[in-house]
Structure formats: structure tokens, C-alpha cells
Design a protein around this ligand. Structure first.
Ligand SMILES: [Mg+2]
Length: 690
């Protein structure tokens, strides 16, 4: 190369602006600089010539010896080529393509390096965005593909049946798995065919109707129908919709059918449960009330009578207590079945709870019809129930109230029937009673007595009076019977007959009983030794498991010798829940107290009672003593009782002795003890006959 051409070449190089072209010494020091280099890197020739070229590298690259690596490679291999980030004078980065060529003289001695750098920042940015677009496009298409697969799988597997038809040709285009099951046909048998070609007639005509409806009118169509399908009789809740295709000529009918048979059944069960008694499946109180209200409205409109009947089982609680709830439940179901059988279809029998049932008799012509039904209900319960080998008899009491004459609102009518039921039970059970307005007055009076009685216990208005009991041999007082009296602040003295029944019904008897035991035992400790005190126990007290403890506490607190306490019970204690009550009697007797059978002769008076428990005493009811002057039967009964007393070695007390004549006669008949006005009336403790 001539000097001239050398100059030209240098000028050419210096004029190139697209490429940074410069020379490095063998050590890497910049020795010249062209216009392209100034443009690319920002340095002027004066600023950079004489500086080491590593200043074009980032500190990280410098730390990794990248500049010397480039020079070494070029020195060793003649050329180094790379792409990477480089630093401009102002510190900004650019993407550079770099070639470093080693330059030797004719003898092969290294003169330095020619370095050509091209700024690729723009091109690289374009490349990068292309790459991003490509990868975006790829991932999007993968997403679309997977979305499509996903949708296919959703349609195939959703529990609803899906069917798509072409709107014009009516060919089936899509069927999912559930539709295959429901229609009992495979996809292959259905796709490309019309409904009537591949489905049973009932199904295909149902689906065709839906399709027709859908095509006639835009929008979503709903229907719910019961159909015979391959899965049996099912209720289908279906939606149909027309879908337009991409071009205006194609449209499709989409049908989605949900099998709601189980759901409907569950709802029906819930509705049934909310309105029926789970034990007997009879309507419950809520449904009963609704039926009663409907019957009253319709009856009023048609001028017919409506009857409400309240039913209560006699003796059911004892069965339940003695044989257990499971047994009681079986009995209730059997009773419900019998009761239902004697009613008309339009009558409602409901179980209101426990052993309480009620009946609505709508549409009656005469009041007598209600009475006939009540009697049928009582009669159907009459024959014994055989359950688990036990033969059981329960009775039925029925209260009847009629609309419109008694009341016309459901609540009031039911309340009237309930009062009539109470009357039926009071009058001896196993019978029916009609409501009568006087029952309302009686009920009101009972409520007043109950309220007053609660107050009386708090205010200590209840006191014991003591009536002497005489011994035959010595004609002296051997003890007293404690009799409760209520000193009412307004009504004066109230006798037990007027409040004990209410105390028994309300449970207040347990408090009254405890009070009597406590007071009587305390009082008796102040009497001469040998005098006993007799306290009456109500059969209801035997239902309280705390009775034994009450007696123990009364004895312990007073310090009374147990042999001086006599407990008087009536036959009904032995009538109800016999074995449990006999057990209680035995435990009481084991405390050392004496047990007397009171009012004997008035109730069932079964002689077997006297064998079932070793009574210490029998008390002949005062009605026999009263009648003995005129009635041979009364004498015969007294004689039978004293005879039995003698043979069983049980003392016999005659109650209600009012004259010396009666006293003499009863002594002759063999009574051992006597009680009555002849010897003394019941008196408060301090005024008692001594
Ligand atoms: Mg008595």
C-alpha cells in the first residue's frame, strides 16, 4: 500500500460514521478514533486516545476480565467477535457487535488491534419484541387449545345433559356423557341423526316440543317435566336456547337438562318434615292448624259445621315409663294407624306431641256426626294392642268443640276442645265430652286457684290440722292424722277437695307434700311418746323420684322416731305403674315408717292389693261407716275387710265414726282403730283434741 493510498484509507476510515473503528495498542490503549466511534461512544479523539479501552465495558464485565479476554482471544486466534453491552461516555448502555482483529507487521510482530464496533441497540430491541410476540402467540395458542380441550371436557362431564341440534336440519351435533346415560344411547348412535330416529317416542316428542318452542321465540326457555328415561322416571328441569352461528345461515338449538328428581324429593322430604311428626308421619301442630283454618273458612262459606277434636290417651305415660320409650313409640305408631283408619280422607288426624292427638272434621251436616266419629275413635282403641309380645290396653278421652257455635277461630276452637278433653278425663276417661261454656268458667277458676296456691305456699297460708285416732282396747288417742287446710286471705278456709286436684295437675303437690311431711314430723316430736302422726301421700308424689329422700329429710330434721310416722296411700298408687310404686313403698317401709291403705273400699278395692304389699293398716272409707245403719251391703263389706285384716294380721281403722252406736258396732265387727267427729274434729296443732 502506497503512502498516498494509506492516507486515503485513513481518511476513509475516519469518515465512516456507522461503525466505530479505532486502533488499540498491543496493551489495549486507544491509539486513534474515528467519527463513527465518537458518534457511538460520545468521546472525542482528544478525550479517549491514550486511555485503556476497558472503559467501554461495564464494571461487572471489567471485573470478569472481559476486556483482556477479548484481546487475548484476538492475539491468540487473530480475531475476537462478540455481542454485548457497552458503556457510553455519559454512562448509558448500548448493545454492540464487536470485532477485534490482531494486526501484525510483515515480520509477524503484533502492532496492535483494529477494533470495529457496531451499535445494535435498535436491531436488538426489534428482535426482542419479535421474540416476545412469538412467545406470546405461542402461549396464547397453547392456551386456546387447552381452553378448548377444557371446555370439551366440561361439556362432556357436567352432570347436566347437553344436546345440540342444527336448527334447520334438526340433526344432533353434540351429546355429552350425561345425555348418553339419560337417553340410554351412545353418542355414535345419536350424532348426525334426528331425535325421532334415535330416541324413544316419548323422549323424542318431548325434546322436539322444546326445540319447536325455542325456535318460535327468542330467548331462554325453561321447563320442568317428569319423563320415562333410560334412568327410570325422572324429573327434568330443562333450558333451551337458540345460538346463532358465525354466518347468518347457521343456527343451533342448545338443550341443557338437569335431573332434579332427587333434589325435588329432598325438598319434598324437608317440606314433609316441617309439617309432619317424624314418629307417626301424621301432620304436626303447624299443619293441623292450617287444615283447621282452611276447614273453618270453607265451612263458613258452605254453611257447614267444623269440629275440632282433642284426643288424649289414658294410661299411656305409665306404659312409656314401665316399658321404655322405644316401646312407647311403637305403641304410638300402632295407635295412630288405628285412629286414621276410622276417619274420612278429608279429615285431618295430627299428633300434637307426646300422647296428644287432634282431629279436624270438616264439612259436617250435624253436630251428631262429630260425636259418632269420637265414639268410633274411642272404640277403635279399645281392643288391646299386641306389641313385642305384650298385650296392652290404653283408653282414649276425646274433647269436642264445634264451629261456628262454640268458636270460629282455630286457636279458640282448639282451646275449647282441650277444655272438653279435660272434662272427659275428669269424668272418668275413655269417653268424649262436648265443650260447654261453663268449662271456660271452671278453667278460669282453676287458673285462679293455681295462681293463688303458688302464692299460698310462699305466704305460708297452708297449715295442718290434726284429727285423733283412737285405739279399741284402751280407748285412748294413739295418734293423729294430719290434714292440710288452706287459710285463703279472701275466701277463708279452703278444704283439700278444692285444691289438691289442681296441685296434682300442676305439680305443686310435690311442694305441698314436702311441707306436710316436714310440719307433721316436727309437730309430732312435741307429743307424748307413743303417739303417731299419719300423713297422706298423693299418688302423684310417687312419680317424683325424690319422695323417699323427702321422707328421710323430714325424719332426720325433726328427729322423729320413724315408727311414729304413718304414711297413708290410696289404691291408685297400686293401680298406676305398680312395680315401681311397690318398690318405693318397700323402701319407705325399710326406713321404719308404717304404711296404711287409705279409703279402702271406694276404688277398685282388689284384694290382690293386700297381697302385693305388707300394709300395716287398712282404713275403711267413711261412706261404709255412714251407711252401715241402713245398708246390709255396707256391713258386709266392713265385715269382709275386718275379716281379711284379722287373717292377714293388719290393723283396721274405721273412719267417719260419728256416734257411740257406730263405735260399738264397729268394735264388734273387729275394727282395731277409730277416727271421726265422735272422737274429735281436725284441729290446729295447739287446739287438737288430747
Ligand atoms: Mg287419710
Amino acid at each position: 500500500m502506497t503512502d498516498n493510498s494509506d492516507v486515503m484509507y485513513r481518511l476513509l476510515v475516519q469518515g465512516v460514521v456507522d461503525y466505530a473503528i479505532y486502533m488499540l495498542s498491543p496493551e489495549g490503549v486507544v491509539s486513534n478514533w474515528n467519527a463513527g466511534a465518537q458518534r457511538a461512544k460520545g468521546y472525542s479523539a482528544e478525550e479517549i486516545v491514550g486511555r485503556h479501552f476497558s472503559c467501554f465495558y461495564t464494571p461487572e464485565e471489567q471485573a470478569r476480565n472481559r476486556p483482556s479476554h477479548g484481546l487475548e482471544t484476538a492475539r491468540r486466534e487473530g480475531r475476537f467477535e462478540a455481542e454485548g453491552e457497552r458503556v457510553r461516555k455519559d454512562g448509558t448502555l448500548f448493545w454492540a457487535h464487536v470485532i477485534i482483529d490482531a494486526i501484525h507487521d510483515d515480520d509477524g510482530k503484533l502492532l496492535g488491534f483494529a477494533k470495529i464496533t457496531r451499535d445494535l441497540t435498535e436491531r436488538r430491541a426489534q428482535e426482542l419484541s419479535l421474540l416476545q410476540a412469538k412467545s406470546l402467540a405461542e402461549s396464547y395458542s397453547a392456551e386456546m387449545a387447552s381452553l378448548s380441550t377444557f371446555l370439551d371436557s366440561v361439556i362432556t362431564n357436567i352432570p347436566s345433559s347437553v344436546l345440540v341440534q342444527d336448527a334447520v336440519s334438526r340433526h344432533i351435533l353434540l351429546v355429552n356423557l350425561q345425555a348418553e346415560r339419560l337417553f340410554g344411547n351412545t353418542r355414535e348412535q345419536m350424532i348426525g341423526r334426528q331425535l325421532h330416529e334415535c330416541l324413544p317416542k316419548a323422549l323424542s316428542s318431548f325434546l322436539t316440543t322444546l326445540t319447536d318452542q325455542c325456535l318460535r321465540a327468542e330467548g331462554l326457555h325453561h321447563s320442568e317435566t317428569q319423563l320415562h328415561t333410560a334412568l327410570g322416571l325422572r324429573t327434568l328441569r330443562s333450558k333451551t336456547l337458540t345460538i346463532r352461528g358465525k354466518d347468518s345461515r347457521s343456527s343451533y338449538v342448545l338443550l341443557i337438562a338437569e335431573d332434579v328428581t332427587d333434589e325435588n324429593a329432598a325438598h319434598a322430604r324437608i317440606r314433609h318434615m316441617a309439617h309432619h311428626d317424624s314418629l307417626t308421619s301424621l301432620p304436626n301442630r303447624a299443619l293441623f292448624r292450617q287444615h283447621l283454618e282452611d276447614a273453618l273458612q270453607q265451612g263458613a262459606a258452605a254453611g257447614k259445621l267444623t269440629a275440632a277434636l282433642c284426643l288424649d290417651l289414658d294410661n299411656f305415660k305409665n306404659v312409656n315409663d314401665a316399658l321404655g320409650h322405644e316401646f312407647g313409640d311403637k305403641l304410638l305408631r300402632a295407635i295412630a294407624t288405628r285412629l286414621r283408619e276410622v276417619l274420612r280422607t278429608k279429615d285431618t288426624l295430627a299428633r300434637l306431641g307426646g300422647d296428644e292427638f287432634a282431629v279436624v272434621l270438616p264439612d259436617l251436616k250435624r253436630a251428631q256426626d262429630a260425636q259418632l266419629t269420637a265414639q268410633r275413635l274411642i272404640d277403635t282403641i279399645e281392643p288391646a294392642f299386641i306389641i313385642d309380645g305384650h298385650s296392652l290396653s290404653v283408653g282414649l278421652s276425646v274433647g269436642i268443640a264445634l264451629a261456628p257455635q262454640d268458636q270460629s277461630s282455630p286457636e279458640e276452637l282448639l282451646r275449647c276442645a282441650d277444655m272438653a278433653l279435660y272434662e272427659a278425663k275428669r269424668n272418668g276417661r275413655h269417653r268424649y265430652e262436648y265443650f260447654h261454656p261453663h268449662m271456660d268458667e271452671v278453667a278460669q277458676k282453676r287458673r285462679t286457684i293455681e295462681t293463688d296456691l303458688r302464692q299460698a305456699i310462699v305466704d305460708k297460708q297452708l297449715h295442718l290440722h290434726y284429727q285423733p285416732i283412737i285405739d279399741k282396747r284402751e280407748s285412748r288417742i294413739i295418734g293423729y292424722e294430719a290434714l292440710i287446710r288452706w287459710q285463703h286471705p279472701e275466701h277463708g278456709m279452703i278444704m283439700p277437695l278444692d285444691f289438691i286436684a289442681i296441685a296434682e295437675e300442676t305439680g305443686l303437690i310435690h311442694e305441698l307434700g314436702a311441707l306436710a311431711l316436714h310440719d307433721a314430723c316436727h309437730e309430732a316430736t312435741t307429743w307424748p311418746d307413743g303417739q303417731s302422726v299419719a300423713v297422706n301421700l298423693s299418688p302423684v308424689q310417687f312419680k317424683n323420684s325424690g319422695l323417699l329422700a323427702q321422707v328421710q329429710v323430714a325424719l332426720a330434721e325433726s328427729g322423729l322416731d320413724p315408727t311414729r310416722l304413718e304414711l297413708e296411700i290410696t289404691e291408685s298408687v297400686l293401680l298406676d305403674n305398680t312395680q315401681a310404686n311397690i318398690d318405693t313403698l318397700q323402701r319407705l317401709k325399710a326406713l321404719g315408717v308404717r304404711i296404711a291403705l287409705d279409703d279402702f273400699g271406694t276404688g277398685y278395692s282388689s284384694l290382690s292389693y293386700l297381697r302385693s304389699f305388707a300394709f300395716d293398716k287398712i282404713k275403711i272409707d267413711k261412706s261404709f261407716v255412714h251407711d252401715m245403719g241402713e245398708s246390709l251391703e255396707a256391713i258386709a263389706i266392713i265385715r269382709a275387710i275386718t275379716g281379711m285384716g284379722r287373717s292377714l294380721q293388719i290393723e283396721v281403722t274405721a273412719e267417719g265414726v260419728e256416734s257411740d252406736e257406730q263405735f260399738m258396732r264397729l268394735k264388734e265387727e273387729g275394727c282395731s282403730h277409730f277416727q271421726g267427729y265422735f272422737f274429735g274434729r281436725p284441729q290446729p296443732a295447739e287446739q287438737r283434741v288430747r
